[in-house]
Write a protein that binds this ligand. Sequence first.
Ligand SMILES: Nc1ncnc2c1ncn2[C@@H]1O[C@H](COP(=O)(O)OP(=O)(O)OP(=O)(O)O)[C@@H](O)[C@H]1O
Length: 918
Amino acid sequence: MEQLNRSLSKLKPPSTIVRSNSSSALSTALAVAAAAMNENENYTASTFFGNRSIGTAGSGAGIGLNSAHNEPKKDHTLTLDMLEPLPPKTLAGAKRKAEDEAHSRPTGQHERPHNDNGSGDKETCGSSFRAPLQTQARQTGRPTPAARPTTAKAPLTSTKPDPSATAGRATRTPTPAPATGRSRVVPSVKTKVVPSQSASTRAATRSRSVTPANVAQQPLPRSAGKATGASQDVGLPAKKKRAAWDTKGRLQDTEELTDTLYQMLNKSIGNITAMTQSLQSNANKISELESFRLGLESKVVGKEIENNDILQKMSTVEQEIFMLNRKHLDDTKALKSKQAMDIEEELATQARLQREHDAVKSSLFNATNHQEQQIQESVNLRTTISNQSTTCLSYETDNRGLRHKIEKTESSIGQHEWTIQGLERQLFDSQALARQLQQKVKEEEAIRRKLYHAIMDLKGHIRVFCRVRPQSPSDGVVTSIEYPDLEGRDIVLAPAKGAKCPFTFDKVFTPSSRQEDIFEDVSQMLPSVISGGSACVFAYGLAETGKSYTLEGPSGSAEASMGLIPRSILHIYETTRTPESNEWRYSLEVQHIGVYNEVIYDLQGPEETSTNVTHEIQSGPSSRTTVLGITKVELTSAVMIGSLLRIAQRRRVAIKASLNDNYCHGHSVFTIRVTGVNSETGKTTEGVLHFVDLVASDAQLDAVKNEPETEGGEKKQGVDQSLKCLADVFLGLSSKDSHVQYRGSKLTHLLQGAFMDGSTKMLFIAHISPLSVHLERNLRSLRFAAKVNSCVLGGSGASPSSSTASTTAAIGLRKLKYDRSVRVVSSSDQAGDAEPEPKVGDLDRELALDRASIEKGVPTKAGERGVSNTEMGSSSSKSERSETSEDERGRPRRVVDWKDVRGCGERAIDSGSQKAVL
Ligand SMILES: Nc1ncnc2c1ncn2[C@@H]1O[C@H](COP(=O)(O)OP(=O)(O)OP(=O)(O)O)[C@@H](O)[C@H]1O
């Protein structure tokens, strides 16, 4: 059935199925078809009709082919006579079928556009004919139209039953009517056939083309022999051509041919009849199928409409689904976020509830405990109440006793009040007495200060110490040094060869002495400095004997190792910050000077000017000197001294480097100036304390000895004369020389003010090392110290600070006391018969008594000894004493002769009566 449908769709449209009611035309057509078939020409129509049973029901059909031999393009025109159109229903179905096929066909398979008559049926017809032709070609072995060029695909043009077109064509291509006059020219269908054969083949074809009209107009020969070509045309065996005169023979041949043709025609008519019947039945079947197809198509259309509706619904539903999905997603998202927030809230609530639960639990626990405690307290309270009840009873008993006591106490209070009044009176009297005593204390303090100065005067304005440096691990052989006396005033250098060299000084500090031991003696000078006096500490000795150690202490040292300078600063700073009297305000100022080869450098100045800027000394009023351009640092804190000393140390190194002399040893002078202002009286004081680091070189020692030449005999040029000048100054002051040369060296010039102030306290500390190799130089140093020690500076008579007669008298008395306390080292002393040294408290008491005696004009102990004030005052003058007279300390003295100093120690030892006392 399906195959049948396909065949039907490929069949030519109904327009090609023609009916003819002219049997003669049909015959002619069939004849032409037969001829065409015999000629093996590719006429599609003839081929088709030759393979199909085409015919008309009842009346017979005919197809006329008009071969237009005269047409330039040599087209073959098929003219269908008496064509009748098929029923419109059939035509419409066929057309729809064709259109459906065209629509369902892929784009590339569309048929060519319609031909010039504006109908697409021609193409459809051509294609419809193609399959049967191909089938036939396969059967017959002929070439199929498909093998031809494209232009040959429409060998036959179907014609719609258009009367006008038919009429027009009939007019344009009039076809000769058949002899019977029954045939009529129907609209001819021109079919352009483009043979695929060669030109010769096409020419043959043209020559063999026939038209039904031609065939119909030709009377069928009754006999053969008219033309040999005709017999050949119908496929009869060719006979020998008769001569022209053989008319009879020719007629015979023609009759034979005619008979044969008639037989063939009859046979063909039979075939055509059968084919027509078959065609009719097929047409019926086709119409049935067409109607069935139409029904199916209508169903399909209905289904398509339904399908479209369904699709539309589906799209609507899909859209709805899409919207719903989107909404669902949004809702899900919102729900999720809400759910997360709910969960968070739930968790927070849960945690809060948990905390509340814990709090409630703990409070419950506390409440339980509290309740238990309360229960316990309640029990205790009950017990206490019972006890209290008991106690209350006893209290009541006691109360009665107490009331009795209160009465007694009240009576005694009256007595006490009376006593208090008496005590208040006593207190008032005591306060008045205290005020008087305070006033007295003030007066006593002033006297004490004066007496202190007097004591210092009595001790002598110059004191000489000796300090021995301890042995260091790097030291070589050491000299044996003895310290024979317990009081620490004697030192004996005992060389391996030769006699011992004893010396006596105010104090000898052994290697085991501590820094604070030395400071104890130095500190006695500080009150004088604070109250406006001046003092000078000389550290003297060879290099590496410990001068810097004594004055400054080791750098970065602990408090125990601090030298005299930082200790003094600390002491003065603390004392001035907490003065005995609130009326005094003090300020501290320091300067540090280096003297190298008689050139003054600023050891606290800026680094860039420390080596290239030198300073000059300017003398001021009262012989006070100042160094021009020197840096003065105000001490606002005691700890500043550490950094000041470090700066000075760096400057020293820089100066040495700039002088390019590592062996150059300079002196340094560290000066503390203490300025005090009394806020009540407006009085000002200025105390000065100098710390002088004196380097003793061999040349200096030689200069001191007046030995201008060295051991090699060469005279030293440019020798630092400062030590010699210092010795000269000491000598001049001691001898009351009015022409003391202070300007002989920068050092003495700088200290001129201190030297000329008769109240200046001087402390000379000689340093020696324990090394054997330094023995000779140590001896020189000690001899120089002994010379200084023999000098008498200032004194009660000459002291400018001894301004009043009473003070002078007191000083004189004090001198006697002190002289008594000074032990004369003699052989008898060594036996232990010496008078014990009085203590300071005893001395003060004696001084007070002496002062009172002086004021009353009572002779003092000093007077008992026959020493007048004048004598005391003049006793300080060494020039008035003989060598055998005692000095102011009660020691046997002699006039100092620098030349005699050398070897004095040795002489003293030799004499045996005196020991190292100059
Ligand atoms: N009493 C002492 N106790 C411990 N060490 C000391 C003592 N005296 C000196 N020294 C040490 O001896 C060395 C030399 O001391 P110092 O530098 O003070 O000598 P100096 O005389 O100042 O030398 P210079 O004149 O070359 O400056 C230093 O290392 C110092 O620590």
